[in-house]
Design a protein around this ligand. Structure first.
Ligand code: MN
Ligand code: MN
Length: 320
């Protein structure tokens, strides 16, 4: 928290420049690579080399920025005004290697480590879900193993895809294998669809993950679930990973691996707002694929979810 709100970055107002105008930065914040005075930064990772079905998530960060021009500075649902309590900026995109996924992972770990070393909380815009693995490597180096709230239609705990260890279906398998996450404080919410064996979801359960299928969420408020998750996680440092395909394709069709029967946007809000009180040290919003939603609404929902995530980042993280 910075003293003197006049020093805080403010999103460009809708009366200062029409929302359809101006250079597209996340939530119309300043673009800055100077981490010294920041508390929280948005960072884009324009990658889709880990995608297995439809591609296109490399275009995610840019379209999320474009659609985020609608975001106003106060959360009318929770009363939080995040730009009045934290210094937030758009760090821009990471220059990953489009042709080399291993090199991209190393670039991501190095750059996210740089952000974390400045005590800045990274809010990552994907990009395909592969990126959670190299981000978590950086988080582990800074904070130790973390609790994980993973919202997704898929477990992303495959061991291999096409014989490769690194892909968008494997990040949480790698995170488990390398001790990046605390299995007994790992929660996967929204899982569903078809798999390879009826026991697909048991791999995580057998290692201590709590797996909450979409069917367990249908027709329900997720407030009680989140109450329980907060109790289980307690004060542990926590990473939030939100795959947009957790939402039903009626809300978010612009993604590569669509599964019917998903979460509602209301349930998405309940999950993110239910993270209020957790010690979140980083988060990502992944798998927005603009070519599959010409309306832009998937990216707009992603931007709104990122605003909600911003609103639950504890300002205690600010070390300035
Ligand atoms: Mn995923
Ligand atoms: Mn998914």
């Amino acid at each position: 928290m910075i003293d003197g709100s006049q020093r805080l970055n403010r999103p460009l107002g809708g009366n200062d420049m029409p929302r359809a105008g101006g250079i597209a930065t996340m939530m119309r914040l300043p673009h800055s690579r100077d981490l010294a005075d920041l508390d929280i930064c948005f960072v884009g990772i324009p990658m889709d080399s880990g995608a297995s079905n439809r591609s296109g998530t490399r275009h995610g960060p840019r379209q999320i920025r474009t659609e985020s021009s609608l975001i106003r500075p106060c959360n009318l649902g929770t009363g939080v005004a995040p730009f009045s309590r934290s210094q937030v900026a758009d760090y821009g995109d990471l220059a990953i290697n489009t042709f080399n996924i291993m090199a991209s992972c190393d670039i991501i770990t190095r750059e996210i480590s740089r952000i974390l070393d400045h005590a800045v909380v990274p809010l990552v815009m994907g990009g395909d879900h592969t990126l959670s693995y190299p981000v978590l490597r950086a988080v582990r180096a800074r904070h130790g193993p973390v609790a994980l709230v993973h919202v997704d239609a898929h477990a992303d705990t495959s061991d291999m895809m096409f014989g490769e260890k690194i892909a968008h279906g494997t990040p949480f398998r790698r995170a488990f294998d390398e001790g990046l996450i605390l299995p007994e404080k790992t929660f996967q919410i929204g899982l569903r669809g078809s798999g390879y064996t009826p026991e697909d979801l048991d791999w995580g359960r057998e290692r201590g993950f709590e797996v909450v299928t979409a069917e367990m969420c249908w027709h329900k408020s997720l407030v009680p679930l989140m109450d329980r998750i907060r109790q289980r996680i307690g004060s542990a440092k926590t990473y939030l990973s939100f795959d947009i395909d957790s939402l039903d394709p009626a809300f978010a069709p612009g993604t590569g691996t669509v599964e019917m029967g998903g979460l509602t946007t209301i349930q998405g809000l309940e999950i993110v707002r239910g993270c209020q009180g957790l010690n979140i040290v980083g988060a990502d919003l992944v798998e927005v694929s603009p070519p599959y939603d010409p309306t832009g609404n998937t990216a707009l929902i992603a931007a709104q979810l990122l605003f909600e995530i911003l609103c639950v980042i504890p300002d205690a993280n600010a070390g300035h």
